[in-house]
Design a protein around this ligand. Structure first.
Ligand code: AMP
Length: 173
């Protein structure tokens, strides 16, 4: 199945100039959702993964399903103020202002093998802040899995040489 055909593009959402990639049209189709989880997991099936880290909020949907497939635990990275126990926080730059994401300090231990999952790689700011959080806890990031990459934003330049697995590329809005 062509997964790209299941993504709905919404022009000028949430503001003018942004082409929003709506994945709800993929998720509601059982075959498409299944294939997306299978294809995202494929390169990591033979690896030992301790934790799949999913980024709020659409990273939870794919990350949770992938964790089951990969026999790994699941760890959420959340927006500021949502996690109830002791946390580490990282702040990163947005076009206007900053954003902060958090992880539970006890979610990852030294030398654990980590796979990071989100629905979409745009500027890479969120993913780069996620790397910093995991490295502070001593985790070893073995890869990234994104359903979609917006190639024209060059977000992968912020991710160093960590392997990046992507199913759908867009080279313009
Ligand atoms: P960034 O930090 O710029 O790489 O942004 C990544 C986060 O923003 C991801 O969690 C995406 O879900 C969301 N995002 C950014 N741009 C878009 C877009 N055009 N369509 C849908 N989601 C987006």
């Amino acid at each position: 199945m062509n997964l790209e055909s299941k993504i709905r593009n919404i022009p000028d959402f949430p503001k003018a100039g942004i082409g929003f990639k709506d994945i709800t049209t993929l998720l509601k189709d059982a075959n498409a959702f299944n294939q997306a989880v299978d294809d995202l997991s494929m390169p990591f099936l033979e690896k030992k993964i301790d934790r799949v880290v999913g980024i709020e909020s659409r990273g939870f949907i794919f990350g949770g399903a992938m964790a089951l497939k990969l026999n790994a635990g699941f760890v959420p990275i959340r927006k500021q103020g949502k996690l109830p126990a002791a946390i580490l926080a990282e702040t990163y730059e947005l076009e206007y202002g900053t954003d902060t994401i958090e992880i539970h300090k006890d979610a990852i231990q030294e030398s654990m093998q980590i796979l990071i999952v989100d629905d979409l790689l745009a500027t890479g700011g969120t993913a780069a802040a996620t790397i910093r959080l995991i490295q502070k806890l001593g985790g070893e990031i073995i890869g990234f899995a994104f359903l979609i990459e917006l190639d024209f934003l060059h977000g992968r330049k912020k991710l160093g040489n960590i392997p990046i697995h992507v199913l759908i590329h867009y080279d313009n809005e």
